[in-house]
Design a protein around this ligand. Sequence first.
Ligand code: URA
Length: 209
Amino acid sequence: MSQVHHITHPLVQHKLTLMRMKSASTNSFRRLLNELAALMAYEVTRDMPVADVEIETPLETMLSPMIDGKKLTFVSILRAGNGMMDGLLSVVPNARVGHVGLYRDPQTLQAVEYYFKMPTGMNERDVIVVDPMLATGNSAAAAVTKIKSTGPRSIKFLCLLAAPEGIRTLQAAHPDVPIYTAAIDRGLNDHGYIVPGLGDAGDRIFGTQ
Ligand code: URA
């Protein structure tokens, strides 16, 4: 089974609590989500390969580590994944960005794809798939399956909240994909929402409630 990395840093937990509050405005929800994404970026990129390169300081030549290989790729699962993108790019500004459009069929809760656009050279890239909510796990598993068809070097999954059901579904479909999350909530309600959760992330980011 893939690893689940629960990011328990106090700043992450504090900001997540503020986001969960139903009184949080669209503005503060969006700002907090990007701040959290930036903090979580440190954890999810912790094991990125580095290689020494020769540089010149004002005083002498030295070998110093830089991130190795082609540019990291963040893949946003539309639309809520976009709510984390500015925060991630503030920490990794050279990253490439792909998009997967999936909607949940309200009856079956299965993922249906409507958009897919990735950077070139995926076979040399490390990918971090981003969606704030890992709920049923169907969208996440479908997105990862599609991204795998482009042959990336590695894939990780980054979310803010995960339901145990979503973790199980993603792990069963993709045992090689580690999951990074700030919280593992109790479960899903009858509508497929994470409880206690934070509501509909897309609506709260974009003010479409
Ligand atoms: N998507 C959301 O935005 N919220 C949930 O609780 C589950 C899926």
